[in-house]
Design a protein around this ligand. Sequence first.
Ligand code: ATP
Ligand code: MG
Length: 466
Amino acid sequence: MIHKLFRRVFSQDSPVLVPDPATTKLRIIPRKQHGIVRNSISPCAIKITSGLQQAGYSAFVVGGAVRDLLLGLEPKDFDVVTNATPEEVRVVFRRSRIIGRRFRLVHVMCGAETVEVSTFRGNLFANKDNETMMHKHADEHGRILRDNVFGSQEEDAKRRDFTVNALFYNPDSEEIWDYLEGYDDIQAKQLRIIGTPLQRYREDPVRMLRAVRLAAKLDMQIDTATATPIGDLAPLLQNVPPSRLFDEMLKLLLSGHAQTSVADLRARGLYHGLLPMLDMMFTQPHGERFITLALKNTDERVQQEKTVSPGFLFAVLLWHEVLTAWNTRKDTGEKSTPALHMAMNDVLAVQEKKLAIPRRYDAIMKEIWAMQPRFLGRAGRRPFCLLEHPRFRAAYDFMLLRCESGEMDVEIGHWWETFQHAKGSERENMLIKIETSKKRRRRRGRGEIVTGDIANLNNSVSDTAE
Ligand code: ATP
Ligand code: MG
């Protein structure tokens, strides 16, 4: 019965779905104008939209993918929206499952690909005077806690964040449906929030971070009305759960435009005490250069479509904290290696709460950090053992960043670069000869500088190679 009602309300021939030209400004843009070709859409998304349409529903590719294709970028993923309820989508596609309790979506699988299918959602707050609604579904700052209400296609467009993210593409007709002048904003390279900026940021302060990230990624200007309230509303980020901030910051760091985004976040005041991860980046003594280099490096890797490991990035972000804690422990007489391990645990325990970095990254961070002193051991079998370590590459890249940032002697970085690529006999010749401790003491007694002392002089890190 309820299903039937839904079908009637939302089905393609229902008047609810057909936008009323008198009240909306729906613009339908034909293929010859927008230029997106069907075969740039993932076959899985096409299979889903056509499957749903054949079953009598409406279905479109929506959001980031349409926007990216119009801008000549390669979409990361393809999202589909439909007027079918999650249960109805499940009936159409055998290989699918409903996910999420609050935001119920369907994951439809085709081969190895999964496409997210959501039902058009409405905006609970379309009527701003609806106080009761506000109390039940938002926190005291107006942040939306629940928005799982189905709606019409037009409502679905309006509850999205930016006009450029609210375009619908129908692979069958090859038309773009635009309710909010998003197409013109794409042409003008303008990022404009939908609705009243103040209200939309209150509903979800993360939109401020998205504005900065998307402007950098899409090379767009944030429109003035959209940008103006950001400075004043920045404190609202304090009410966002740390795990959500973490997810958004991770997207930003891995966007290929981390440097620009981070600089813009700082410029707009989305910073002190609001984004712990950003504070972490720039309040560590001597850490700024190291982190800036790492962001540059990460952006280059992403742009060259190379893999980037979030664990590596977090190891970078926290390294100077670890270094400080380690040095403090050594100053109080602790032995170098145990002091390093204790320092790593101390830093991770604090950061887990503050930055919400998931525990699954602990192991890689610890391995990268724990391997750092081993780059100082360049005698005997030690360099060969290090080379064999499964995490050598990550630890080596990390060590190079330390050299580049001035924390470590660049000569050591060069030595490892050569050693890695050298042949067997060349490697043996490169090894630093170890003297017996008796000889060492005698030479030191004569006032000579002994190999190993040089490393000590040049490095802030102890030379206890394991
Ligand atoms: P990306 O290229 O980073 O994936 P995206 O715009 O596709 O960018 P997603 O997080 O994948 O970002 O979101 C998909 C779509 O959902 C967006 O295009 C937008 O329409 C909508 N959306 C995402 N986050 C919000 C939000 N906080 N408020 C309103 N709408 C949102
Ligand atoms: Mg996306």
